[in-house]
Ligand binder design. Structure first.
Ligand SMILES: [Zn+2]
Length: 151
């Protein structure tokens, strides 16, 4: 039996540190959550009034809102990488804030002695550019210039 309909978690890799992790793919409630909310509101109605009462719609709306809120908060908290703190949603909105968040997380990780026992992160390294004096540029090697006089 194919379980892809019921699979709400999926393996993926962090876009920044390339760590493998499992994320929730379900962002919104589905038909199963709606059915569960209908059943729960029906049970609540029977427990309170012992017969059909139109006020059950308030419970139905409250249960649906609760389920939607829970699913969205779970997805939003889970999408952030727990190894490096990279937040893809925040990166799409403001890449500077996402970079600051990663820096804070990496600084915390660096200060934490327990991080020595954790897996090493595969973080991209930014290399400094060589100063212009060390590397010969096209202007310093122009025709007609004596290099020996400049040294
Ligand atoms: Zn990461």
């Amino acid at each position: 039996m194919d379980m892809t309909i019921f699979a709400v978690r999926k393996k993926c890799y962090c876009a920044f540190c390339k760590s493998e992790r499992v994320v929730y793919t379900k962002r919104r409630i589905n038909i199963f959550n709606v059915v569960a909310a209908v059943l729960a509101s029906g049970l609540t109605m029977l427990a309170i009034w012992q017969h059909f009462d139109p006020r059950v719609m308030l419970f139905l709306v409250a249960y649906l809102a609760l389920a939607e809120t829970f699913v969205q908060i779970r997805w939003r908290l889970n999408i952030v990488c727990r190894f490096c703190g990279f937040d893809p949603v925040l990166y799409l909105k403001d890449s500077t804030k996402a970079a600051d968040k990663v820096k804070i997380t990496l600084e915390k990780r660096e200060k934490d002695p327990a991080s020595l026992l954790k897996r090493r992160l595969d973080i991209p390294v930014l290399r400094k550019k060589k100063p212009a004096a060390e590397s010969p540029t096209a202007a310093s090697l122009a025709k007609g210039r004596l290099v020996s006089k400049e040294i």
